[in-house]
Design a protein. Structure first.
Length: 135
């Protein structure tokens, strides 16, 4: 786990609500503008405790690289807009939605020390209610 992100990963993994944990960790995004048809996701980090079992920090930290689920933080003005190549048939996502993607499609970045992903709208594969169901 990168030193720059270790604190934020721990913060997210300890949050009772993973959505709030990511939002708090990434902080103010008012000065972040996403272009084109790109979508900015906060990387889902699983909790550090499942039931009565504590998950090692190293295992939790792997989510920075292997997580296939993210929280929609921002989207570009052309995200989910039909064009000559892609027809979305009315499908769309909103800030705060959990979505699934292939790890190889998304570019890893950090914002305010928080692991995030940036990918094209048409690389989002599903919207889900519960990120704990995806591995």
């Amino acid at each position: 786990m990168a030193v720059a992100t270790a604190h934020k990963i721990q913060q997210i993994s300890m949050a009772a609500d993973p959505k709030k944990g990511i939002m708090d960790a990434v902080g103010d995004l008012s000065e972040v503008e996403v272009f084109f048809d790109l979508v900015l996701l906060g990387t889902y980090i699983k909790g550090n405790k499942i039931g009565n079992v504590w998950i090692p920090d190293q295992t939790v930290g792997e989510d920075e690289f292997q997580s296939k689920c993210g929280l929609v933080l921002k989207k570009g003005p052309n995200a989910f807009k039909d064009d000559e190549y892609t027809q979305y048939d009315g499908q769309d996502i909103a800030v705060g939605d959990w979505v699934v993607f292939f790890v190889g499609d998304a570019k890893a970045i950090t914002i305010n020390g928080t692991p995030c992903r940036l990918l094209k709208a048409n690389q989002i594969r599903m919207r889900i209610k519960d990120p704990t169901r995806i591995f």
